[in-house]
Design a protein around this ligand. Structure first.
Ligand SMILES: Cc1cc2nc3c(=O)[nH]c(=O)nc-3n(C[C@H](O)[C@H](O)[C@H](O)COP(=O)(O)OP(=O)(O)OC[C@H]3O[C@@H](n4cnc5c(N)ncnc54)[C@H](O)[C@@H]3O)c2cc1C
Ligand code: FES
Ligand code: FES
Length: 479
């Protein structure tokens, strides 16, 4: 079956649906306004509250992988060929164990957040055979409840895990979930149904704007996008795989933050980055936010750009059939101004495979630990030989109009011994390279203080036996 440019076909709960709504219009509006299914709630409309959470299932290697996403930030385009699950379809004749335990354990009061929690919890059960209470609670990081205080929700998660574990043996995970009534039986037929439809179209361009995951664009201008002229441009097919090619790690521009976390290649070469990225938004955001989107957004406090700067990332930019390569360190020109030419797309991000004695650390200070943007962030990458730094890269976010590679500080660190005096001097040079402004996230003086402390933290964490913490702090009274 071929799809004309405005036809989107997908499995809506248990039924096929074809629609010609604008591919850039918002999924949440489609669910509530067109389909009149109001279990999916509209809260913040900015990806923060999780009230609008739905599951989107995609067929990959014969299996359907379900992701929790915030429907307020998803363009209809991304539904084609997929399975959309809203809260209405989960229970058939009776409540699912998750719905039941949420009700029984006081996990709901006003109820506004509850469908979102139920969807996120169901997503956790669908994606994990080995269940763990802490991991399950972490997966709810994108859902906010103003009423319950979360204790009832945690009890419901615990009890649901117990119900699942006591539900007997089944041949496979999905059958067990169906038998225990966590999801309805039609889930079994979804892989076959999705296999019969054309593969989803590659990422497409709306008017002059290319949408990646939409987590920045749909916060900033969803109304403008919903009404935009829609056109598919040739050459706007952006890869999303992550692989090793010679001595480079290649990350497709369309890879999401969660794909980075799950990637075996990233796990092998940068195991720490996977932990650090857990501080990036929440699971529904990480399921959508792309690597290229983070770079092009050019936010001075972007977390991934901060990390990629010290890893010496290169970008492959393409326009139609031509492409060119540029270092990320040369990409950011001024506030929200980059070296990207009109209509150029980031196709690949290239990272050199780290050499022996490679050290990396990322620090982020924000007002809340989770689901918050940084006040100041910083990354460091070092290659050392014995006690000497051979190569250094250090970055700072939130202290200049652009995501900043600290050139002078990095140059200073090269060929230095790892010692308390080196760290103190490096922090001084870093403070001479930045120009923070006072805003809602803190005064300029506070941000300077934060950056100094983050540079100290890098070395104290990476080389605890070589750096004298007391001496470092004693000599650091003045900024
Ligand atoms: C609730 C919430 C929490 C967040 N938390 C964090 C956080 O903790 N840390 C953080 O750094 N960010 C955070 N963000 C910001 C956002 O998620 C990231 O910047 C994300 O990486 C953007 O990617 P995207 O694919 O969604 O971009 P989109 O919104 O699709 O696009 C952003 C820009 O990039 C362009 N673009 C996208 N892909 C390409 C491409 N391949 N080539 C050229 N241009 C392209 C678009 O045209 C647009 O200009 C958060 C956002 C929300 C809503
Ligand atoms: S409405 Fe709050 S995350 Fe979508
Ligand atoms: S029950 Fe009221 S917001 Fe959660």
């Amino acid at each position: 079956m071929s799809t004309d440019k405005k036809m989107i076909k997908f499995l809506f709960n248990s039924e096929w649906l074809e629609t010609s709504v604008s591919p850039a219009s918002v999924l949440l509006d489609f669910i509530r306004n067109e389909k009149r299914l109001t279990g999916t709630k509209e809260g913040c409309r900015e990806g923060d509250c999780g009230a609008c959470a739905v599951l989107i299932g995609e067929l990959r290697s014969g299996k359907v992988k379900y992701k929790v996403v915030n429907s307020c930030l998803v363009p209809m385009r991304d539904l084609h060929g997929k399975h959309l699950v809203t809260v209405e379809s989960l229970n058939q004749d009776e409540l699912t164990p998750i719905q039941l335990t949420v009700a029984e354990e006081g996990g709901t009061q006003c109820g506004f957040c509850t469908p979102g929690f139920v969807i996120s919890m169901t997503g956790y059960f669908l994606n994990n055979k080995k269940l763990d209470l802490q991991e399950a609670m972490d997966s709810l990081g994108g859902n906010i409840c103003r009423c319950t205080g979360y204790a009832g929700i945690e009890r419901a998660v615990k009890k649901s895990i117990e119900i699942y574990e006591q539900s007997g043996e089944s041949k496979d995970h999905l059958t067990k979930l169906i038998d225990a009534k966590f999801v309805p039986s039609f889930f079994k037929s979804v892989p076959k149904l999705l296999a019969g439809i054309d593969a989803p179209k590659a990422k497409q361009k709306v008017s002059e704007i290319f949408i990646g995951g939409g987590t920045d664009l749909y916060v900033q201008k969803w109304e403008e996008l919903s009404g935009a002229d829609y056109k598919i441009l040739s050459g706007s097919n952006i890869p999303d795989d992550i692989n090793l090619s010679g001595n480079k790690i290649r990350i497709g521009g369309g890879a999401t933050i969660q794909q980075l976390i799950d990637s075996a290649v990233i796990k092998k070469y940068f195991p720490l980055i996977q932990n650090d990225l857990q501080l990036f938004g929440s699971l529904p955001i990480r399921n959508r936010a792309t690597v290229a989107g983070n770079i092009v957004n050019a936010s001075p406090i972007g977390d991934l750009t901060n990390i990629l700067l010290v890893l010496d990332a290169g970008l492959i930019l393409k326009y139609g059939k031509t492409n060119r390569q540029i270092s990320l360190r040369k990409f950011f020109l001024d506030y929200k101004l980059t070296d990207r030419k009109k209509n150029e797309l980031i196709e690949w991000i290239l990272l050199p495979v780290p050499q022996k004695e490679f050290y990396f650390n990322f620090e982020k200070i924000s007002k809340r630990k989770y689901l918050d943007i940084a006040s100041v962030n910083s990354s460091i990458a070092l290659i050392t030989k014995k006690n000497k730094i051979i190569k250094a890269g250090i970055s700072a976010g939130g202290v200049s109009p652009v995501p900043l590679f600290l050139k002078k500080t990095s140059a200073f660190l090269k060929d230095r011994l790892i010692a308390t005096e080196t760290v103190r001097e490096a922090a001084k040079i870093a403070l001479s390279e930045i120009s923070p402004i006072s805003d809602a996230r803190g005064s300029d003086r506070y941000k300077r203080l934060l950056l100094r402390q983050l540079i100290y933290a890098h070395f104290l964490i990476l080389f605890p036996s070589q750096i004298d913490e007391t001496a470092l702090i004693r000599g650091a009274r003045e900024l």
